[in-house]
Design a protein around this ligand. Structure first.
Ligand SMILES: [Zn+2]
Length: 306
């Protein structure tokens, strides 16, 4: 069965068989709630709509963190993320490890990488995994540069992402130059809460390849033209945007406008452990809301497989 048939027939099981990409996924939050519930014996409630990242983080602290403590809990998170991707037919998976997660291994990035490799090969051996490092803007550029070195020394990571205060993102120019020279894919979270102008400023300052979210670009024709002409890809997570109140619902999601303006977009999961929507679910959600035709969604799906 093809992707288009699976979509039209609402065939959830067949949809899982179709190759998909997930290029915006935070590894500690990429797992399936049921998988963690089964393992921990505890129930995780459905998340409400959040008004801010702080609200979401508080909810996460209260309902998920207590179930996944220490190194054992951390490794269960990694396992759950690979299991989920494998189960959902994800074939290309960019997943980020945050700077600081080496603390679970007494600060040894080498041991962290060894475990990532083991878990990847045990639970999702045929997935093309692109290991990504993520830094929070709560760490200043100099400290981040210093903390990144042991990660880069591993010659394992292929991509870098930055998250936190979007308005601080353009100040990491020097660091991104270094990462560019190492051949990493360059990404940053911007245009989720910030403006269209900020998206352009960040892309220019950091020479980004991909923008994580970037949906605010839809408010400026000029910025959309800039992104299209410079082939900047937006890795969009519709459920995350709906549940963080960035858009009212799927139907009004700006992904359609961005796509219609010729911007390369992909559809991704972001934090499945919180939002509880797989990549397959995201395709169904946009299709049933009448946002895209099956052919358009298939075109977007193919964007994520490279
Ligand atoms: Zn994200």
């Amino acid at each position: 069965m093809t992707f288009i048939e699976a979509l039209k027939n609402h065939d959830v099981e067949q949809m899982k068989e179709i190759p998909k990409g997930d290029l915006h996924n935070h590894i500690t939050r990429g797992g399936n709630k049921k998988y963690i519930e089964k393992w921990s014996g505890k129930t995780i409630p459905n998340c409400p709509k959040f008004n801010s990242l702080d609200e979401m983080n508080d909810w996460n602290q209260k309902h998920i963190k207590p179930l996944l403590q220490g190194r054992e809990g951390y490794e269960k998170r990694l396992e759950a993320s690979f299991v989920q991707a494998q189960m959902d037919g994800v074939k290309v998976l960019h997943m980020s490890v945050s700077l600081g997660e080496e603390l679970f291994y007494n600060n040894s990035v080498e041991v962290l990488v060894k475990n990532l490799k083991r878990i990847h090969h045990t639970y999702a051996p045929d997935i093309k995994f692109v290991p990504e490092i993520a830094g929070c803007t709560c760490m200043n550029p100099d400290e981040m540069d210093y903390r990144l070195d042991p990660f880069l020394d591993q010659s394992y990571f292929e991509s870098f992402d930055l998250y936190g205060d979007e308005y601080a993102v353009p100040s990491y120019t020097k660091l991104y130059k270094k990462l560019r020279s190492k051949g990493l894919i360059l990404k940053a979270h911007v245009g989720e809460f910030g403006s269209a102008e900020l998206v352009r400023e960040a892309v220019e300052a950091l020479e980004l390849d991909h923008v994580q979210h970037g949906i605010a670009a839809s408010t400026s024709n000029e910025v959309m033209t800039y992104l299209r002409d410079n082939h900047i890809q937006l890795n969009i997570c519709p459920s995350s945007n709906v549940l963080l109140n960035r858009t009212k619902d799927y139907k009004s999601h700006p992904i359609k406008k961005l796509y219609d303006n010729g911007i390369k977009v992909t559809i991704n999961s972001d934090d499945m452990l919180i939002f509880d929507q797989s990549v397959s679910d995201e395709y169904f959600n946009l299709y049933h809301a009448g946002v895209f035709s099956p052919e358009e969604l298939n075109d977007i799906r193919k964007n994520s497989l490279f």
